[in-house]
Design a protein around this ligand. Structure first.
Ligand code: SAH
Length: 217
């Protein structure tokens, strides 16, 4: 088989795996099909790109397990008119998935080098509705607010208040909330006129949401 056929077979198995793990939203499955995860992992780890595992990326960070990316995307209930903020660009994979579902995606990371690499990937894939910016995501990105949806992909004991402020009424926010050194609860928050309500979804493990923009890298 050619490399291209090998990759198609691998991606078909990858999608069947997501379906088996309960991902049913056709738009989410389609987005997962359209974004080549191989482009977002280190060249030496490409043979594992379509395995359902988290993998190390630069700056000591990780790209999440694809079934978790799909689950978080499904939980966020993104539709075509939405403006979405992601905190924790990492490789850019999650933002690329969101860009196929939303009108507009803003993603921020505290590492300049991760943001620069993600921008190159978005360009290579021709994704024009996603921008990666360097910022401390604990403050959100007020210049682009308000957001219909916010996803945090780093562990935090509490959702930073700025994120709730930048979320529209009727907006949803998904974040791993709990002890960054152990296990967190993936939690979905809904903002209504009377305040915020929270639903716990499942147990997850993320790298911590750290303070400030990195001085190096
Ligand atoms: N969503 C990513 C994986 C996220 S890993 C992907 O699809 O590949 C968590 C990311 O959060 C890391 O890249 C880390 O640098 C970033 N991060 C941690 N603290 C942050 C902060 N305060 N502001 C912005 N990004 C932060």
């Amino acid at each position: 088989m050619s490399d291209r056929q090998d990759e198609d077979t691998e991606i078909a198995a990858f999608l069947r795996g997501l379906h088996r793990r309960g991902i049913r939203d056709p738009a989410v499955l389609r987005a997962m099909e359209l974004v080549p995860r191989a482009l977002f992992v280190e060249p030496g780890l490409r043979r594992h790109a379509y395995d359902d595992v988290a993998l190390p990326i630069a700056c000591g960070q990780t790209i999440s397990q694809p079934s978790l990316v799909a689950e978080m995307t499904e939980a966020l209930q993104v539709t075509a008119g939405h403006r979405v903020l992601e905190v924790g660009t990492g490789s850019g994979y999650q933002a690329a998935i969101l860009s196929h579902l939303a009108a507009d995606v803003v993603t921020v990371d505290r590492y300049r080098s991760l943001v620069a690499e993600a921008q190159v990937r978005f360009q290579e894939l021709g994704l024009r509705n996603v921008s990666a910016l360097v910022a401390d995501g604990r403050g959100g990105m007020p210049s682009r607010a308000p957001y219909d949806r916010i996803m945090v992909t780093a562990a935090t004991r509490e959702v930073p208040p700025a994120l709730f402020e930048q979320l529209r009424i009727d907006g949803l926010l998904v974040a791993p909330v709990g002890d960054p050194a152990s296990v967190q609860d993936l939690t979905r928050y809904a903002k209504g006129v009377d305040g915020i309500s929270a639903t716990r979804l499942c147990a997850v493990r993320f790298v911590p949401l750290l303070e400030g923009v990195s001085a190096r890298l």
